[in-house]
Design a protein around this ligand. Structure first.
Ligand code: DSN
Length: 442
């Protein structure tokens, strides 16, 4: 093995073991998924689809892709699956390419309400630049405002309505969104990237009866390798008999070349694992754990967007603590706790220096942690944030954007050398070592 690369991989393995991973879109794959990812399938080009390839030598590529497709269709109860999209954004892009012409109107949830960049975020994304993007959002209480969504749909008549998000912690009413889409003659695409595992385990209602198309990444709550699925439903196929073939064509030749067969092999493994009763138990615990985290934060007086969670994630507004999401996330990293900063609904700050942090339980639950450990994790987070605010200057609001780069650089320097945070980090590593990951991998 390349000495330098091996050294870095070993350090990353140690980091993943020693730190507490709370980014809700990350997880730990099984050893069998890792094995498939590192398989010889990485060597093969397979443009096209099973039995319709452009290159020779695809006998086993066909088998592996068919297996992944079959498992995806069973898990999500759909008549069609495409497993080739390299990740969530390319999957969503392919759906836009399949269904729309440039300039058509699309409607998705705004980023600050918990949506995703590919759901029509204006100006800086392809979905917001090449299409006429209308964005719905949440009410001041933090729940999707379905009434306003319906009014907007009737007013703007989008060709595509996108449901789902990446920082929305509440149950999504796919049935109602499907009805709204029908009323205005729009396609309904449900992006379930975050909640796919919950949908499989039935802890979140499935969009399959109510959406025309479903997209999902495979590496979040599904606990697979990086990749994505695009599924079409009976509802979608009845509306447009060409839908599935439009999706296939939008992937290749539309937006991608050869599929990543080693990832597809890993996806097949993960989808097989997701069919097991253990996976359902795992997801049930994921939700119990994220609710347990919420309860501790509520007791400690934190503001949680929407006041709680129904899923694997929660969004904390840390601004009332006199710290922003950027500073909170950095302070936590120096204490061995990994979260991501996140914009919150009606945020007055910017996505780079937002008011919130986003936390999730999938990775910690994969390590075997339960509610009792969540109590400890939330307490460590609270202790770290309180200490940081008490002992360092975390007020960066010298202008409306609150950038204050010089002051932020000083803050980072302080974090690096702070001995109390080092103590917490050590305590966290000891705690984490009780929940080993990949014990037999160096
Ligand atoms: N980066 C993903 C997430 O963290 O939710 C979305 O693309």
């Amino acid at each position: 093995m390349d000495k330098n690369v091996n050294r870095i991989i070993k350090m990353e393995t140690r980091r993943q073991r020693a730190e507490l991973q709370l980014i809700p879109s990350e997880n730990y794959v099984s050893k069998n998924v890792l094995r498939a990812l590192g398989s010889v399938f990485t060597n093969k080009y397979a443009e096209g689809y099973p039995e319709k390839r452009y290159y020779q030598g695809n006998k086993y590529a066909d088998q592996i892709e068919k297996l992944a497709i079959q498992r995806a269709k069973i898990l999500f109860d759909t008549p069609f699956a495409n497993v080739q999209a390299n990740s969530g954004s390319p999957a969503n892009l392919a759906v836009l390419f399949a269904l729309l012409d440039v300039g058509d109107t699309i409607m998705g949830m705004s980023l600050s309400s918990g949506g995703h960049l590919t759901h029509g975020h204006p100006k800086v994304t392809l979905s917001g630049k090449f299409f006429n993007s209308i964005q719905y959002g949440v009410s001041p209480e933090g729940f999707i405002d379905y009434k306003v969504m319906r009014e907007m749909a009737h007013q703007h008549k989008p060709k595509l309505i996108i449901s789902g998000g990446s920082a929305y912690s509440r149950t999504i009413d796919f049935k109602l969104i499907g009805e709204i889409a029908k009323e205005v003659g729009a396609y309904h695409m449900a992006d379930i990237s975050h909640i796919a595992g919950l949908v499989v385990a039935k802890t979140h209602p499935s969009p399959t009866p109510f959406a025309d198309i479903i997209t999902t990444t495979t590496h979040k709550t599904l606990r697979g390798p990086r990749g994505a699925l695009i599924l079409t439903t009976d509802a979608g196929t009845n509306k447009d008999p060409e839908l599935a073939s439009k999706i296939d064509k939008a992937i290749i030749p539309g937006t991608q070349g050869g599929p990543h067969l080693n990832n597809i092999a890993g996806i097949a493994v993960a989808l097989g694992e997701a069919q097991s009763p253990q996976f359902t138990e795992y997801i049930n615990q994921v939700v119990l754990n994220s609710k347990a985290l919420c309860n501790v934060f509520i007791k400690k007086g934190y503001t949680i967007i929407s006041g709680g969670t129904d899923t694997h994630l929660l969004l904390l507004d840390v601004s009332a603590k006199n710290i922003d999401g950027w500073a909170a996330a950095w302070a936590l990293e120096y204490a061995g706790v990994i979260v991501n900063r996140n914009i919150i609904p009606f945020d007055t700050k910017t996505p780079f220096y937002p008011s919130g942090i986003r936390l999730g339980s999938p990775a910690l639950t994969s390590r075997g942690m339960k509610e009792e450990q969540m109590e400890y994790v939330a307490t460590i987070i609270d202790k770290t944030l309180n200490y940081t605010v008490r002992s360092m200057d975390t007020n960066f609001s010298n202008n409306s954007k609150g950038e204050n780069k010089e002051k932020r650089a000083v803050f980072l320097k302080k974090l690096k050398t702070d001995t109390y945070l080092k103590e917490i980090k050590k305590e966290v590593a000891d705690f984490a070592s009780r929940f080993p990951i990949y014990p037999t991998i160096e």
